[in-house]
Design a protein around this ligand. Structure first.
Ligand code: PGA
Length: 294
């Protein structure tokens, strides 16, 4: 049913595009300009690196103009990175997880305020490893996203289907359900759409060396943008950055980043090496320049 709906929506989009091109339909409000969303590339280091290794990474990393760079180390390394980054540098820090309560008896957890205090401005919520290995539900993810926004942290909300779900044609049903439930109760998150980031991370592509094709990533992200528009309105949703994650590398980044709804990447394995990560930043910047020119 959902796949049928997705197909119908695609056909409607094509018909509208044709009618608009023929002049039969007047174009709607302010068309989306790719330049309105600053690309964002986030490194998810997972449970990797010591303080010394984190400092070495920062010393070697080459940034690219026009791309917002976010490093998400293990939480204990946030203050290490904050101290290692030169004053006034544009790199932003993010945490990989957060607890939704402000404080209390939650052994091993960190609150939003603690993460902010440690230097984070972003926080990844609902990563598939948190969902599958630590039993996080969509409801937990929604509470974390809401707590982050309340505390002034920008959530990077992750969704993505498993291989069996893709193979059985359930991808869009899963994405719709996950996104809706993971953002439940947020209302309009803030006047600034850049405060919300959504990452499409197909589970079968994470850490497997098998990335989604550019067409698969674009199709999924366009679908998610449409769902976001249903929740938050078209105008606001135009400013939300949508990332692709799952075996992103310097090699596949150019084609992926050239897609209209791919606004950057959430990078695991390839983010551990400063040269490989820097190459993804450079590819993203180049793709954005290409989109703006073309
Ligand atoms: P990967 O991980 O790039 O190693 O596939 C991505 C992620 O888990 O965010």
């Amino acid at each position: 049913m959902t796949d049928l709906r997705a197909r119908v929506e695609r056909v409607v989009r094509e018909v509208v595009a044709e009618l608009t091109a023929s002049g039969a339909l007047r174009p709607g409000p302010a068309p989306e300009t790719v330049g309105s969303r600053t690309p964002l590339v986030a490194a998810n280091w997972k449970m990797h690196k010591t303080a010394a290794e984190a400092r070495t990474f920062v010393a070697k990393l080459r940034l690219s103009d026009g791309v917002e760079t976010v490093l998400c180390p293990p939480a204990v390394l946030l203050p290490v990175l904050a101290a290692a980054l030169p004053p006034g540098n544009p790199v932003r820090l993010g945490a990989q997880n957060v607890h939704f309560e402000a404080q209390g008896a939650f052994t091993g957890e960190h609150s939003c305020a603690m993460l902010r205090d440690a230097g984070a401005t972003y926080v990844v919520v609902g990563h598939s490893e948190r969902r599958s290995l630590f039993g996080e539900t969509d409801h937990d993810v929604a509470r974390k996203a809401a707590a982050a926004l309340r505390a002034g942290l920008r959530p990077i909300v992750c969704v993505g289907e498993r291989l069996a779900e893709r193979e059985s044609g359930a991808t869009f049903r899963v994405l719709r359900a996950q996104l809706t439930a993971s953002l439940a109760g947020l209302g309009l998150p803030s006047p600034d759409p850049a405060t919300l980031v959504v990452a499409y991370e197909p589970v079968w592509a994470i850490g497997t060396g098998r990335n989604a094709t550019a067409a698969q990533a674009q199709e999924a992200l366009a679908f998610l943008r449409d769902r976001l528009a249903e929740l938050f309105g078209h105008a606001w949703t135009r400013g939300v950055r949508l990332l692709y994650g799952g075996s992103a590398t310097a090699k596949n980044a150019p084609e992926l980043a050239a897609q209209p709804d791919v606004d950057g990447f959430l990078v695991g394995g390839a983010s551990l090496d400063p040269a490989a990560f820097g190459a993804i930043l450079a590819a993203t910047a180049a793709a954005r320049r290409g989109r703006e020119a073309g």
